[in-house]
Structures are given as structure tokens and as C-alpha cells.
Design a protein around this ligand. Sequence first.
Ligand code: ATP
Ligand code: MG
Ligand code: MG
Ligand code: MG
Length: 464
Amino acid sequence: MKSADIRQAFLAFFEEQGHTIVPSSSLVPENDPTLLFTNAGMVPFKDVFLGRDPRPYVRATSAQRCVRAGGKHNDLDNVGYTARHHTFFEMLGNFSFGDYFKREAIRFAWTFLTERLGLPADKLWVTVHVSDDEAERIWKDEIGVDPERFSKLDEDNFWQMGDTGPCGPSSEIFFDHGPEVWGGPPGSPEEDGDRYIEIWNLVFMQYDRDAAGTLTPLPKPSIDTGMGLERIAAVMQGVHSNYQIDLFANLLKAAADVIGHHDITTPSLRVIADHIRSCAFLIVDGVLPSNEGRGYVLRRIIRRAVRHGHKLGAREPFFHRLVAALDAEMGEAYPELSKAREQIEKVLLKEEEQFARTLDHGMGLLEAALAELDGEVLAGETIFKLYDTYGFPFDLTADICRERGVTLDEAGFERELEAQRERARAASQFGADYGAAIEVEGETAFTGYDRLEDEARITALVDG
Ligand code: ATP
Ligand code: MG
Ligand code: MG
Ligand code: MG
């Protein structure tokens, strides 16, 4: 079953169950300055759950584009290392706004997986929250899940919109990819492995938390679920890694071709194939590379992709050339992607060219520093120089160091940044217009004067 067919089957199934199909919203959340990117299917429905945005339906279903590359949900560092994480992915979801609750949500999910998709029940593992006896009863007595493949867990199974507001227990469904893959069932010490992969998360919004932390039952509990399209596609296509599904096969091939590196299992190619999706769709949704906020996240992802290409030998801009392949894969489901294609190519090419001017030198400096390394920690001054002179965002240097088993002196780097800021402040007292200088430099390799503030802003943004 192709990814596109799974997306279609999901929406059709829930439409049959009385859900209205709602098109994907933008990656830039509307009216929500607290959130960096849309990172779950429920984000566009936040106000509907809160009762502030009345809709003509009480059941909805969607395939929502999501980015998790900043804020609380940041999977950037997982990409290239796990079989299941992307910066960009599609979340299939069904939602009940005060309509049906646990029993139906569980039944729908199980029916879709085992009947519509025909998955064997003995490959599916289920978790619920420790407190949730009701969900346990439904799973065991009504659905008939084998207690051997069922467990009650704590932190992973409680969801909240924020420090206050709607929250509730959740239930996660995992697929067992078999003993050839390392990893243990949810809740076991080896759960971080990739054998048991979480495919679907059901959230039972049943409480309202007040500032004191007291939970009051909601008069009309709601449902929010999310299933990663790429993960369920891997299951349906009988492959272990998301990067082996139809959609990625073609993107990886395109990346291999433009770079001239033909082993498509190379982690760097996977990173590139992942990153072209988030970068292209962020540009579709109006984000442009810049030195702060969302634009800086985009810039960081692009530079990471370009560095991975460089690692594989690319010496010419290549990243923008993948937009055509992405369009071929996803343009039908997302016409806005096809429409913006030239614009995306232009933005990426410009950013690639700009970074190319300093990448080689920066890599030279870093290689020399790594070769001379005394111990396993890269000095703060080196990280700062890479950042300040060569436009290496902190996480880019961290990505390279991780490949070499080297850690970074982050505190030292922050000290350097602070010292630079002090110098800027002192200079501005003498009338130099540093602010303007920074604006202009932003156009060159300069990657952001105020990383600290910027990072602080990013981390202050809470997720839904
Ligand atoms: P994991 O524990 O594997 O990181 P999660 O619990 O963080 O997943 P949820 O927040 O529950 O994920 O999101 C709902 C669903 O979206 C997950 O069950 C999974 O199928 C999918 N998903 C989450 N994060 C990613 C990602 N980075 N890439 C691809 N799919 C994802
Ligand atoms: Mg996660
Ligand atoms: Mg999880
Ligand atoms: Mg989850």
C-alpha cells in the first residue's frame, strides 16, 4: 500500500464514521505566537477544543503536515539516528470535540488497523496511563488485547496542552518489527530501540488543570489522536525504517543522483532526504531563512543538509535540485508545493551559495581543531569562531562532533557570545550603530548575533 493510499484510506475510514475531512493547515500556526511550528494534528483545532472556535462539526479528521525541529518537540537530533523520526512528517488524526470518547476512539483505531489495514493483532502492543483503569478495561475486555502485550505507564501516557487547561491520559499503540531489530517493548529498559515503534497516540482529554494543579473533569471530554503516516507506511510496506518507504525511496535516489553518492543507506543521505521536506514546506508556508525565530530554525536545517552533502563530496549547490523530486512525490497531495516550486528552489539556492562561501574554511578549521583535540571536548572558542565567522549554527557543529564522539563546551561558547554582546554594547555607547551593521551582515554569512536570546525565545515557545 503506497503512502498516498494509506492517507486516503485513513481519511475515508473516518469520513465513514461521521468525521469531516479538514485540509492540512500551515506549518506556521495561525494566531498562536506561543508555538514555533505546527507539531501535531490537533494544533489547528486548539481553540475548538477550548470551546472558543465553534465549528459546524463535532468530529474531524485530517492529514496534517508537522515539523518537530525546535521547541519542546525537537526531533532534529534524532534524524539520521533513528528509523522513525523526521523533522517533517504527516500526522493522520481523528478528533472528537465533546462528542465520542474513549470507547469509540479505541474501537476506531483498532478497527482501522486490524480490519481496514489488516494488521495482525499479535504484532500490536498497547500502553495506557497508570491511572486509566477505564481504558485498560476497554482494551482488555472489549477489544480483547492480550495482557502480554499490554502495559500501564506513567509520563509517556499523559498529555497536556500547557501548564493549565485541557489534559488527560493517553494510550499508545506500537508495532513490533520483529526480533531482527534491536529494542524492547514499551516500558522496558530497551524501549529506546527501534523494534517496537509507536505508531498511534490516542489522547483522552478529560480534565481541566488549574494553576494550582488541580484536575477537574471536563463536562464534555474530547479526543485527539495522531498517527505518523511514514511510520504506518513502513509497517504496511513491510520495511523497518521510515526511510525505506515509497516516498523516501525516490527522494533518496534523487539525492544520491545529484550528489553522486550511490549508497542510499548512508545516514547523511537520509538526513538530506528528510531535510528537503521540512525546508521546502516551511518555505511554502512563508518562512524564509533569517537570523531569528522560525527563519533561524529553517536556516539551521538547510545548513545541516548542505553540510551532510559536503560530507558526501558535493562541492556544488545540490539541495535546491531536490525540490523537483519532492514535488513529484508530494505535489499531488499538496498543490501549494507545486505552485511554490520555483520560489523554493531560488530560496534554497541562494542560501546554499551563501553558506558555501564559508563552509569549506569552517570545515578546515574544525578538522584541524578536532585533530589537535586534547580530550573529548571541543573548546568554546572554536565553536564560537565557527559560529561567528563561518556561519556554523551551534547544532551544526554539535552534529559533526557527535559523529566523532566529541562533546562541546557549550558553557564556554555561551561565555564567548556574552563577551561579544558586551563589546557590542560598549561600542554602541560610542555611537556606532551596531544594530544596522547586524542587519546588513545578516545578508552575508553572519548567523545571528543574538543566538542566546533567539534560543531563549525558541525554547520559551511551548508546544501544544
Ligand atoms: P516517539 O515517542 O516515537 O518520539 P511521540 O510520542 O513523540 O513519538 P506523538 O507526539 O505521540 O509522538 O505524535 C503522534 C504520532 O506521530 C506518533 O505516534 C508517531 O506515529 C508520529 N510521530 C511523532 N514524532 C514523529 C517524528 N519526528 N517523525 C515521524 N513521525 C512522528
Ligand atoms: Mg517524540
Ligand atoms: Mg512516544
Ligand atoms: Mg506518543
